[in-house]
Design a protein around this ligand. Structure first.
Ligand SMILES: Cc1cc2nc3c(=O)[nH]c(=O)nc-3n(C[C@H](O)[C@H](O)[C@H](O)COP(=O)(O)O)c2cc1C
Length: 172
């Protein structure tokens, strides 16, 4: 069974990360890490690790996480990942994904992005296994409400991870 790790750092769309986690199909083994700042808005669920617990299983490459999502990814977490800081479970899991060449999908959330943010994104995007996929939506699938927008975003992130889904209307 493939293992998926979803990390939620303290950016404003933290609820999206929880929805993404809940929509992962049952054929995957799923794990969740939330940062201190994300905790304020989130409830605890099965397989949730505390971000301070640097000894939790996803901190080790031998645990074998196949796909890591950081949704949303704060600029703080993005910067740490970009320079190799691994001071909590989320940044350590990102560092593990990078060194093990496993898929790492980052959803940086800020508006606007500074040159520093963009430099971090460019640097990470140049690593073959890292995908920068911010929570940016379009009008072409005619969203009627926030749920439609969220399902579009999660569907796109699942596509990037190779997770089959019908969460959004595809362009015909
Ligand atoms: C309500 C709220 C919304 C925030 N939204 C964002 C955001 O969208 N993007 C971001 O980079 N930081 C945002 N921040 C700031 C981060 O939470 C802060 O930089 C924090 O240190 C991130 O820690 P973490 O990366 O360990 O989660 C927000 C903070 C609060 C309180």
């Amino acid at each position: 069974m493939k293992k998926i790790l979803v990390c939620i750092s303290g950016a404003s769309t933290a609820g999206l990360g929880i929805k993404l986690y809940n929509l992962i199909p049952p054929e995957y083994e799923r794990y969740l890490v939330i940062s201190e700042h994300a905790k304020v808005v989130l409830e605890k669920e099965e397989n949730i690790f505390i971000n301070d617990d640097i000894s939790a299983p996803p901190a080790s490459g031998s645990f074998g996480i196949d796909i890591t999502f950081i949704v949303p990814c704060s600029m703080n977490t993005l910067a740490k990942i970009s320079v190799g800081i691994a001071d909590n479970l989320i940044t350590r899991a990102a560092s593990v994904a990078i060194k093990e060449k496993k898929k790492l999908i980052l959803a940086p959330r800020e508006m606007p992005f500074s040159e520093i943010h963009l430099e971090h994104m460019l640097k990470l995007s140049r690593l073959q296994n890292v995908i920068i996929a911010p929570p940016i939506f379009g009008y072409y699938n005619k969203p009627k409400n926030i749920n439609d927008i969220e399902m579009f975003l999660i569907g796109k992130w699942f596509d990037l991870a190779g997770i089959e889904n019908n969460l959004f209307k595809r362009w015909q």
